[in-house]
Design a protein around this ligand. Structure first.
Ligand code: SF4
Ligand code: SF4
Length: 326
C-alpha cells in the first residue's frame, strides 16, 4: 500500500521549513530505525521516504475517551508528536486540537475523508459503545460507531491508540453498561465483508507510549505497511517484550529479593515490586526501553509497580492494582 505523491510538502521539507537542521533530521531517522528494531541500513530508507513522499493525511476521531491519550501523545520527545502530527503529518481532523467547532468541524472531517479517500491514516481513541445503538457516545448527532464505520471504509491504515480504543478499556470495565468494545472488534463485520480493507494497528496503554504512534506512522510512510504485529495487533518492535524483561529491578527479582512495603528498606534499595502487585512480567509494552517523560523514567524506576495498562481487561484484573498475581 503506497501513499500517492501529492503537491503538498514532504515531511522533510516541512521539518526543514520549521528550522530543524539536517543533522537533527538524520538523528530522528536513526532514532526511528532503532525504535522500530530495523537494521541500521533502514535509516537510509526512512530518510529517503520522508524526503520524497507526501505527508499522509491524518484523521483522528475520539469516541468514548477521557482525552488522556491525546494529552500524552502531545508530549512525545523531539521532534514532538505535536510537531509531527500537526505540521508534518498534516492532521486534518482532531476533536480536541482543531480550531473548528460544531457544524464546521463535522464538515471538515467529512471533507477530509472524501478528499483523501483510500490514502489517509485514521487514528481512533476511546472505546466504541455498541449498546443502545451507539447512542451513549454521539458527536454532531451521529453515534461513535457510525462515524467510525464511515471513516474506516476509506482509510489506508487504522491506528487504535490507547487501551480504550484497542480493547474497550475503562469504558468496558465490568459491568460495561455501554457495551463498549475496541476498534478492531467494532469493525469486525465490515472487515469480514471487505468493506474495511485497511490494516488495524493497536497501540494500547493508559495512556499509550507516545513514540509508538510516531513509529507506526513513520514505518507506514517508509514501507507502505505497518510494522509486524502480534496476535493482539500490537506492533512487535514496541510490544515484543514485557516491561519486566528490561526492568532495572530484575536482578533483585532473580535473586528473590522483594520489597514488602513501598517505604521499606527493600524498596529503598530497589528490590523487586512483585509482592506489591507489579504486573510487569505479564505486560507487554515499551515503557522500560523507550521510557516516559522525554525518556527520563518509568513507574518501576520511580518506585511503583506496573499496573498492566497495555493488557486487555487490566482494570478488572482480580486483586486490583496492588494484588499479587503470582
Ligand atoms: S518490579 Fe515488576 S517489572 Fe520490575 S522486576 Fe519486579 S516484577 Fe518485574
Ligand atoms: S509500566 Fe505498566 S502500567 Fe505503567 S505505563 Fe507501562 S505498561 Fe502501563
Amino acid at each position: 500500500m503506497k501513499l500517492d505523491p501529492e503537491t503538498s510538502p514532504t515531511v522533510y521539507e516541512q521539518l526543514r521549513a520549521q528550522g530543524l537542521s539536517r543533522r537533527g533530521f538524520l538523528q530522528f531517522c536513526t532514532s526511528m530505525t532503532t525504535l522500530l528494531a530495523l537494521p541500521a541500513g533502514a535509516a537510509a530508507a526512512i530518510e529517503t521516504a520522508l524526503k520524497t513522499r507526501a505527508r499522509p493525511s491524518v484523521i483522528w476521531i475520539s469516541i468514548q475517551e477521557c482525552t488522556g491519550c491525546s494529552e500524552s501523545l502531545l508530549r512525545s520527545f523531539e521532534p514532538t508528536l505535536e510537531g509531527l502530527i500537526l505540521d508534518q503529518f498534516s492532521l486534518d481532523y482532531h476533536h480536541v486540537l482543531q480550531a473548528a467547532a460544531g457544524r464546521a468541524a463535522e464538515t471538515a472531517r467529512d471533507t477530509a475523508i472524501a478528499r483523501n479517500r483510500g490514502k489517509y491514516v485514521l487514528v481512533v481513541d476511546g472505546g466504541i459503545p455498541l449498546g443502545a445503538d451507539g447512542a451513549m457516545s454521539t458527536t454532531g448527532g451521529r453515534s461513535g460507531i457510525d462515524i467510525l464505520r464511515s471513516a474506516a471504509e476509506g482509510a489506508a491504515l487504522i491506528i487504535a491508540v490507547g487501551t480504550c480504543a484497542t480493547y474497550g478499556g475503562i469504558p468496558a470495565a465490568s459491568p460495561n453498561p455501554s457495551q463498549a468494545t475496541g476498534t478492531a472488534s467494532a469493525l469486525q463485520e465490515l472487515r469480514d465483508s471487505g468493506q474495511v480493507k485497511a490494516p488495524i494497528v493497536n497501540v494500547p496503554g493508559c495512556p499509550p507510549v507516545p513514540e509508538v504512534l510516531t513509529g507506526v506512522i513513520v514505518n507506514f510512510i517508509a514501507f507502505g505497511k505497518p510494522p509486524p504485529l502480534d496476535d493482539l495487533l500490537r506492533p512487535l518492535p514496541f510490544f515484543g517484550r514485557t516491561v519486566h524483561d528490561d526492568c532495572p529491578r530484575l536482578p533483585f527479582y532473580n535473586d528473590g529479593l522483594f520489597a514488602k512495603a513501598f517505604d521499606d528498606e527493600g524498596a529503598r534499595k530497589g528490590y523487586c515490586l512483585k509482592d506489591l502487585g507489579c504486573k510487569g512480567p505479564v505486560t507487554f509494552n515499551g515503557c522500560t526501553t523507550i521510557r516516559w517523560n522525554q525518556r527520563t523514567g518509568f513507574p518501576m524506576q520511580a518506585g511503583h509497580g506496573c499496573i498492566g495498562c497495555s493488557q486487555p481487561g487490566f482494570w478488572d484484573r482480580k486483586g486490583g492494582f496492588y494484588g499479587r498475581i503470582f
